[in-house]
Write a protein of this length. Structure first.
Length: 369
């Protein structure tokens, strides 16, 4: 099975057995299916972004193959799956709510990752792109950040501004969905051939744009629930009814627990900067080039952590420096000392006489006569 076929199979599982399931969301069978689907999608994402490296931060949408375009929605479906994840094995209601809050926070991160990916490839339309750029904390937006608010807190026009933005968003979403429905109808009626690369690209692009508005709307609803859960967990509920959270079995290799939850959320491919230059996450500037040069031109081992002077001073303080011993003669040249001058003159004459009497090369002749 190819990568594209495996992805389509997982999306069909989500649509048929999860999104339109007859089971309750807190049912054990339902949650097991959600967890398995999340694991398979994460494994697929690891192949897409890691092993195969189908997408690169320095390419445009024209560089992406038509068959790979559909794979850009993987974060969108991961977010939908995480929004349905629950901890049905926990008995304590407070512990369940805390875990649900963690799942929803990861859902927000994945929705934002999806929107930023589309923005980087210039698939996201200008309306939503401005929304993403206006967020203060890109991967952790608040409910108030989603819609533009008046600059002055005393301004009462905030509700009207919010209403106008929602109307505009509805119009944009409706227009995109109508175009998508038109292209899909042509595709289903075989008016668009599976070999028509240009029309297929239009179809996949419109689906991604439609998913982007759905992601924004889902995110708004989830942020309402996140605020409620945060307030509830902060209040603490009734301590007498709380039970200690049971330890979850950890997978030492992947860092995930038995529920499929992971703090790292594998391959949340967060870049440092967007293509527009906006900071997406905190980072520290490091002169990597200098570090590499030091490794290449260095000694092959770690250098000293202190100077020679500091080392000697430390040795002196710890009484490790040997003192005393044989004195060293320190005869300094003194031009006013006549005896010293005569001595040096005789020494120089003797050396000159020796060089004249012993020609160069007359030393050890190696038994050559």
């Amino acid at each position: 099975m190819s990568l594209s076929q495996e992805y389509e199979s997982l999306l069909k599982t989500y649509s048929d057995k999860i999104e339109h399931s007859s089971l309750r969301q807190d049912a054990v069978e339902y949650q097991d299916l959600v967890t398995k689907t999340i694991e398979k999608l994460l494994s697929l994402k690891n192949s897409i972004y890691g092993d195969l490296a189908l997408f690169s931060s320095n390419e445009t949408v024209e560089d992406v193959s038509t068959n790979s375009l559909k794979l850009l929605s993987i974060d969108f479906y991961l977010a939908l799956l995480f929004s349905r994840k629950q901890m049905s094995q926990l008995n304590d209601p407070m512990a369940k709510k805390k875990m649900k809050l963690k799942f929803l926070e990861k859902t927000i991160q994945l929705f934002m990752q999806f929107l930023i990916t589309l923005q980087d490839y210039e698939i996201l339309d200008s309306f939503l792109s401005k929304k993403v750029d206006s967020l203060e904390d890109t991967y952790n937006p608040s409910l108030q950040d989603l819609y533009q608010q008046p600059t002055h807190g005393e301004d009462l026009s905030g509700a009207q501004m919010r209403r106008q933005q929602k109307i505009e968003m509805f119009r944009q979403s409706k227009a995109i969905n109508e175009k998508l429905a038109f292209i899909e109808s042509k595709y289903k009626s075989n008016e668009i051939s599976s070999d028509d690369d240009e029309q297929l690209r239009k179809l996949y692009m419109k689906r991604l744009q439609s998913h982007s508005y759905q992601a924004f709307n889902e995110m708004e609803q989830i942020l309402y629930e996140v605020e409620l859960l945060r307030n509830f967990t902060k209040s603490g509920g009734d301590p007498s009814t709380q039970q200690p959270e049971p330890p979850l079995e950890k997978d030492s290799d992947s860092g995930k627990d038995s529920s499929g939850y992971t703090e790292k959320l594998e391959l949340l491919n967060k870049p440092l900067l967007s293509k527009q230059g906006k900071v997406l996450r905190n980072f520290t500037l490091v002169d990597k080039r200098t570090q590499l040069q030091n490794k290449v031109r260095g000694y092959g081992q770690y250098g000293p952590t202190m100077s020679v002077e500091e080392f000697l001073e430390k040795e002196w303080e710890e009484n490790r420096v040997l003192q005393g011993g044989e004195g060293v003669s320190n005869e300094l040249a003194n031009e006013d000392d006549l005896d010293w001058q005569d001595k040096e003159t005789y020494k120089a004459r003797q050396w000159d006489e020796f060089k004249e009497s012993v020609p160069r090369g007359s030393g050890n002749t190696m038994n050559r006569g």
